[in-house]
Design a protein around this ligand. Structure first.
Ligand SMILES: [Mn+2]
Length: 416
């Protein structure tokens, strides 16, 4: 399943309906980054740009103009050219920008500067994508100033665009479910292939293989495979230690499917059996996660979920006689929005609405040199992360097929 041009057209209609009269909105494509001389990182379009255009090429500018009655969508992009086609393949070019991407007009990107004054004629409001790739050079602004065409008001494009991105429709949820399923299968495969004496990156390769063979060419973020005390480093992505008998391994991963991200974490014993201490801490993290998931419903916020998680965690740590502040062992947010971006638009004070998708990811990380606790607890890091869709009455777990209870995990690993 893919989003068709109709989907993008519907989104543009919505954004035009949010724009004020005599306004212009600008979006810039993501930059192309060089990895080594002459070699680029895999290109990934900016999510705002993709959301309204479906256009995946670099070096493009999308312009949205709303006058008294009429609206106009203009796409500036790299022209198609026989010579460069031999090296880089065909570009969509101007003809197909109109025919296949629904632009009303399309010009080569090199014409943008000379078209600026014409585009801004009679415009009093500019919707500018602050915090985005700053392609709109000061030169362009000064040109507008000098000619008296600088709009009187500059507003942030995000304020009208991001509320649309936050609510996922049926098609988007279908894509996110697909991404979640692929990621789930990859984690199950990692559970099945896990054994002492493998390197973390070898377990990572099982995950990557399932992604690619399932039609997800890219990861939404670098996969974390962190065994033993490595799991206490939140963004550990070296993935180069040897898996040790008796340790846990934490996998935090997610594929990107048709531009939609997934993000799931599971922690499991490398030898297939939780030790007493691992069992107790794991059950605590799972209880915290269950409590948080059970409280998710419309109008709740991430801020409130954080408080629920901390309260439950505090209670559990006390029961286990683990001294110290809960924030010593749990030092990240319990939730973030997810969509086109893995850390999607939205913040912790936004009240949930049906159609929003968030992660729920409590954890406990006890460093290997933590003096406040008995030695038996040290060097254990656990995170459990699922994706949930806000519904009218509560939430639905998109990642509910991935083993999570102690029993289900031990059974899954033992079965191999
Ligand atoms: Mn996450």
């Amino acid at each position: 399943m893919m989003l068709s041009q109709q989907h993008f057209e519907r989104r543009r209609k919505k954004i035009f309906s949010k724009m004020k009269r005599n306004s212009i909105g600008l979006l810039f494509s993501a930059p192309l980054y060089e990895r080594t001389p002459g070699i680029h990182f895999n290109y990934r379009q900016d999510s705002d740009f993709y959301y309204l255009t479906g256009f995946k090429e670099p070096n493009a500018i999308a312009v949205f103009i709303k006058k008294e009655k009429a609206t106009q969508y203009i796409l500036f992009s790299v022209p198609d050219n026989e010579k460069t086609a031999k090296w880089e393949g065909h570009r969509i070019g101007q003809k197909n920008a109109i025919k296949e991407y629904g632009a009303d007009l399309s010009y080569p990107i090199s014409h943008f500067k000379e078209k600026i004054l014409e585009l801004f004629k009679g415009i009093s409001i500019l919707y500018y994508p602050y915090h985005h790739h700053f392609n709109f050079h000061l030169k362009a602004f000064s040109l507008l100033h000098k000619s008296g065409r600088m709009p009187a008001h500059i507003l942030d494009f995000k304020t009208i665009l991001h509320p649309l991105r936050m609510i996922k429709n049926t098609y988007e949820i279908e894509l996110m479910q697909k991404a979640a399923n692929i990621t789930g299968n990859a984690i199950i495969k990692a559970m099945q292939s896990c054994k002492p004496s493998l390197y973390e990156y070898q377990l990572e390769s099982e995950v990557a293989r399932i992604f690619k063979r399932s039609g997800a060419k890219e990861e939404a973020f670098p996969t974390i495979v962190a065994s033993g005390p490595n799991a206490c480093t939140l963004h550990y992505d070296e993935n180069k230690s040897l898996l040790k008998d008796g340790d846990l391994v934490l996998i935090d991963t997610g594929c990107e499917y048709e531009y939609y991200a997934s993000d799931v974490s599971r922690t499991f014993p490398i030898n297939g059996k939780f030790s007493q201490e691992q069992h107790e801490l794991y059950q605590l993290v799972l209880d915290v996660q269950t409590a948080v998931i059970n409280s998710v419903k419309p109008e709740m916020t991430i801020e409130t979920l954080q408080k629920i998680a901390l309260a439950k965690l505090t209670e559990g740590l006390q029961k286990l006689n683990i001294a110290g502040n809960p924030e010593d062992y749990y030092y990240h947010g319990v939730s973030h929005f997810i969509g086109l971006d893995v850390h999607d638009v939205g913040n912790k004070t936004i009240p949930f609405k049906p159609g929003m998708v968030i992660t729920i990811e409590p954890g406990i990380y006890i460093a290997k040199d933590e003096k406040k606790v008995e030695a038996k607890w040290r060097g254990i890091g656990i995170r459990i992360e699922d994706e949930v869709l806000i519904t009218k009455t509560g939430c639905y777990i998109l990642t509910n097929k991935i083993p999570k209870t102690i029993k289900a995990i031990e059974k899954m690993i033992r079965a191999c």
